[in-house]
Each structure stands twice: as structure tokens, then as C-alpha cells.
Write a new protein. Structure first.
Length: 226
């Protein structure tokens, strides 16, 4: 007997076992109605598709769409929970820092490790330097700092050079977060090698919260007049 014949006989045996089981359990699908959504049960009506078949098909497609939407929502919820946990851990780390240098080092380390940022830079200006009408390094960032909101997307090469130095040529998308506090002005910059990592359409609520935490922490540890 060939292998194909044995496989065919095995399949017939399995089908017979299923048929026999369903005969012995006539209320099986009443107990498991969800199984009917995945079964193909054509309604006998000649060559035409019956209204019942169309309705069942439509319901199955709608159920599939709802399932995909639910999976997407669950995925987003899990990502948000993970971000919240990382932000919480970052906050605890910054609270433990007692000096300006410790805050900067902890911030850069955590963002590299926990947030998988390929480039992280912090640029701060002293109270005297914060005169936006005279400080040359603020050119190109005045509108951003005045808006006081995070911004994501691509930057011109001149700004990339200022923010990331030797890494500028590898950075293809950025996220900028304003740092604003009492006597404190600056920005926190994330850089990515991917063009799609940071884009103008992405949400910035998380970045806003991060900026507030960093601004307040730096404000506390900064020396008077910084």
C-alpha cells in the first residue's frame, strides 16, 4: 500500500470518528457556538448563493474585523503599559540623583538602555545664555522652544550637526523635547537611524510627560543662576 493510500485511509478514519462523535453529542455546537464561525456550511439552493449564506459570510467578515481591532487595541495597551513602567523607573532613577552631572548621566544611560534610543543629547543654556534674541545656538530652535511642545520628524543637516555632532550623518529622524524651568532652558533630543522611528504624525503625550519630569529634576539640582 502506498503512503498516499495510507494517508487517505487515516483521514477517512478520522472523519468517521468525528461524525460518530457528533452523532453521540447532538448539542455539541450549542455548547460551542464559536466554532460555527469558522465552518463552511453551504445552504442548498441550487447554483445561487442563498441570503443566509451571504448573511453568515458578512457576519464572519465583521467578526474578523472586530477581532483584528481588538488585537490592535490590546497591543497598543500593552505598549502604553510598558512605556509607563519605563517612565516610572526613569523617574525613580532621577529622584535618586543628587547632582546635575548625576541627573544627566542617569538620563542618558536610561534612555539608551530602556528606551533603545540610538542617540540621546541634552543641550542646556545658562540664564544669561537664555536670551533668545542673542544666542546663536538657539537659531533654528526659537520657534520650537516658544511652542513649548515636543516635535518629531526630520531636521536639516545644520541642526543635526549641532545636536548630534559626529553622529549627525547617521540620524534620519528625531524627537525634540523642550526643557523649560526656573532659570533653565534647553532641549532633549532623540535621534534614530530609521526614517520611520520618529514622524510628525506620532503622538507626543508621552514625550511631554518626559520633558516635564526632566525639566523639574534639572531645575532642582541646577546651581543658582545656571
Amino acid at each position: 500500500m502506498s503512503t498516499r493510500s495510507r494517508e487517505s485511509e487515516g483521514q477517512d478514519t478520522q472523519e468517521q470518528a468525528v461524525v460518530q462523535y457528533l452523532k453521540q453529542q447532538p448539542d455539541f455546537f450549542n455548547q460551542h457556538p464559536e466554532l460555527l464561525q469558522g465552518l463552511d456550511l453551504p445552504h442548498q439552493s441550487g447554483g445561487a448563493i442563498s441570503l443566509i449564506e451571504r448573511q453568515v459570510k458578512g457576519l464572519r467578515e465583521e467578526a474578523g474585523r472586530c477581532q483584528r481591532q481588538l488585537e490592535e487595541l490590546v497591543s497598543v495597551a500593552r505598549e502604553n503599559e510598558a512605556l509607563n513602567q519605563r517612565l516610572h523607573q526613569l523617574t525613580l532613577t532621577l529622584i535618586e540623583a543628587v547632582s546635575f552631572d548625576e541627573v544627566i548621566n542617569a538620563l542618558e544611560d536610561k534612555l539608551h538602555e530602556d528606551f533603545q534610543a540610538e542617540a540621546v543629547e541634552v543641550h542646556l543654556f545658562s540664564s544669561a545664555e537664555a536670551d533668545r534674541d542673542s544666542h546663536p545656538d538657539l537659531d533654528g530652535f526659537r520657534e520650537f522652544l516658544d511652542a513649548a511642545k515636543p516635535r518629531c520628524g526630520r531636521l536639516p543637516r545644520s541642526q543635526l550637526d549641532y545636536l548630534f555632532g559626529p553622529q549627525a550623518g547617521d540620524i534620519h529622524s528625531t524627537a525634540l523635547i523642550p526643557i523649560l524651568g526656573q532659570g533653565l532652558l534647553g532641549l532633549l533630543a532623540f535621534g534614530s537611524y530609521s526614517e520611520d522611528r520618529f514622524h510628525p504624525g506620532m503622538g507626543t503625550e508621552y514625550l511631554t510627560r518626559l520633558g516635564e519630569i526632566v525639566s523639574k529634576t534639572l531645575e532642582v539640582v541646577s546651581e543658582p543662576g545656571f
